[in-house]
Write a protein that binds this ligand. Structure first.
Ligand code: E4P
Length: 217
């Protein structure tokens, strides 16, 4: 499963990219606003920090303006994936862009039928929002299971990018189901490294090692 980080904070991205475990980045208009940075400038910087796909979202709601925005965004770097909302105009834009060889991430997916439409429109990624689904009384992970089943039934190549992840169990469930990508806030990625027994084990080994009076180098 690929790991993307869901942020526009370049310090966090650089720090996580240094682990060698980061496969891409997703941003959205709210994350750009939170960064306080210029959209095009910060996207350019992010694209230089990672080799994998960097999702940059259009903000227009009509197909023609989406295409104009996508034209500007895709010139930023070869690893830009244009993010479009799951609307009729968004999927029209998706079809046109992917037919041209541009990566497209279809965002704000909340049903398996929407995911089916995105795959038919040739989306590179579909982003079902599991956390927001859960928040509203639905079962976010059941949505991922349905999409996996449907995509496998028809051998769609669209990658399931689990979004709106809130905690490590969402990541575990995504991996069990066989999602292709999980995009996570930096705090969730960092939490995956942690286990109380790992910390306790290191503490014990270090205390015993100190008693030997030895050093390796
Ligand atoms: C993904 O591409 C989205 O930017 C993101 O996962 C949304 O998460 P949120 O529901 O925590 O805002």
């Amino acid at each position: 499963m690929k790991f993307f980080v869901d942020t526009a904070d370049t310090a966090d991205i650089a720090d996580l990219a240094a682990t060698g475990l980061l496969d891409g980045v997703t941003t959205n208009p709210s994350l750009i606003a939170k960064s306080g940075r210029d959209f095009l400038e910060v996207t350019r910087e992010i694209c230089a920090l990672v080799e994998g796909p960097v999702s940059a979202e259009v903000v227009a709601l009509d197909h023609e303006t989406m295409m104009k925005e996508a034209e500007i965004l895709r010139k930023i770097a070869d690893n830009v994936a244009i993010k479009v909302p799951l609307t009729l105009d968004g999927l029209k834009t998706c079809k046109k862009l992917t037919d041209d060889g541009t990566m497209v991430n279809v965002t704000l997916c909340f049903s398996a039928n929407q995911a089916l439409l995105a795959a038919k429109a040739g989306a590179t990624f579909i982003s079902p929002f599991v956390g927001r689904h859960d928040d509203n009384g639905f079962d976010g992970m059941a949505l991922i299971e349905d999409i996996r089943l449907i995509y496998d039934n028809y051998a769609f190549e669209t990658e399931i990018l689990v979004a709106s992840i809130r905690h490590p169990i969402h990541v575990l469930e995504s991996a069990r189901i066989g999602a292709d990508v999980a995009t996570m806030p930096p705090s969730v990625i960092r939490s995956l490294f942690k286990h109380v027994l790992t910390d306790k084990g290191i503490e014990g080994f270090m205390a015993d090692w100190a008693k030997t009076g030895q050093s390796i180098c």
